[in-house]
Design a protein. Structure first.
Length: 327
């Protein structure tokens, strides 16, 4: 199983009018620093504050009438749950979102306001997933997982189509990487249009499940730890069907960032770009600032989300809140 350009083009037609086409702008300060043009894909301005609405909207639009009547369920660190709740509300269908206790309160509130049922279970995504499995078995809900599903990957891939239209000469795209739905979809779209363009995944060093799995040659479990990039937390699933193989086949490299490098990305976004981004959305900027990206030529960074707790954002911008979290 894989997701190809034709699936991503079909997804784009399905979700047209339900998601924003987000702007892609030049960062003068990062271009000066890198010595080549650096573009920022401002996907944190997407409705619900993250790209996850693309996959969720596509997956819900692809359901049968019977599946819609049963409702949908997912485990989520927040942004997928929020996107699913939003897309389900638009279609008038029931959504149940299962989360671990690590999910920040601001993300919880946003999902609650969209009218979804919320279940808080255990300390990890895997614990939350067990509740999802129970609801599928006992109540007949349809599971729409955050990344390992062809309609989710195809929806996220629409971001890659937009990038190639907005910056046709892109040499490299830097993609925040967790379960790999975004990276797999974007890489499939980008390389489908422009095979020589590099796609590089970026994760936090604390609990980088996809990186550990790629190194091991199979999906492996890593301990989930608190990180400034909370949307990148969680495993890839030991029974991963889709995103592991796609990331192994399509990603040119994976870069890992320390917590202070992620914080530097958040600070840079705010001070230099006048943008508020969450940790996961700042890793491209963090990697570039840390000198960890060995690319020359036009580069696009995906700012994937903005749903950060604003108290935490203030402390990061003021240079606090790092020491207590640093590994
Ligand atoms: C989910 C998420 C990611 C990672 O996406 P995957 O498909 O799990 O790799 C990155 N950034 C933000 C803001 C997210 O919500």
């Amino acid at each position: 199983m894989t997701v190809e350009l034709q699936h991503i083009r079909a997804a784009r037609e399905r979700i047209a009018g339900k998601v924003e086409r987000t702007p892609c702008v030049v960062s003068q300060s990062l271009s000066d620093r890198a010595g080549h043009t650096v573009h920022l894909k401002l996907e944190h301005h997407q409705t619900t504050g993250a790209f996850k609405l693309r996959g969720a909207s596509n997956a819900i639009a692809a359901l049968s009438a019977d599946e819609k009547s049963r409702g949908v369920v997912a485990a989520s660190t927040g942004n997928h749950g929020r996107a699913l709740a939003h897309a389900a509300k638009l279609e008038g269908i029931r959504a149940v979102i299962c989360m671990s206790r690590l999910v920040p309160e601001n993300k919880l509130d946003a999902i609650r306001r969209l009218g979804a049922d919320i279940r808080i279970i255990g300390n990890s995504q895997d614990d939350a997933q067990q509740e999802v499995d129970r609801l599928v078995a006992e109540e007949g809900l349809v599971m729409l997982p955050p990344f390992d599903h062809p309609d989710i990957v195809a929806g996220q891939g629409t971001l890659g189509l937009e990038i190639m239209e907005q910056v046709p000469d892109t040499a490299a795209v830097l993609v925040p990487l967790s379960g790999g739905g975004l990276a797999a979809g974007v890489a499939s779209a980008v390389k489908g249009v422009s095979p020589r363009t590099k796609v590089i995944g970026i994760s936090m060093a604390r609990g980088a499940a996809m990186k550990a799995s790629l190194d091991a040659g199979r999906p492996v479990q890593v301990e989930e730890l608190p990180t400034l990039a909370d949307s990148l937390g969680g495993g890839i699933g030991l029974d991963n069907r889709l995103t592991f193989a796609m990331c192994r086949g399509l990603l040119d490299d994976v870069i890992l960032l320390a917590e202070d490098e992620i914080a530097a990305g958040i600070r840079h976004a705010y001070e230099e770009e006048r943008e508020i981004v969450e940790g996961a959305g700042a890793v491209g900027m963090g990697a570039l600032l840390a000198g960890k990206v060995g690319v020359s030529g036009p580069t696009v960074l995906i700012l994937s989300g903005r749903n950060i707790d604003m108290g935490l954002h203030r402390r990061i911008v003021c240079g606090e809140a790092i020491a207590e979290r640093a590994a």
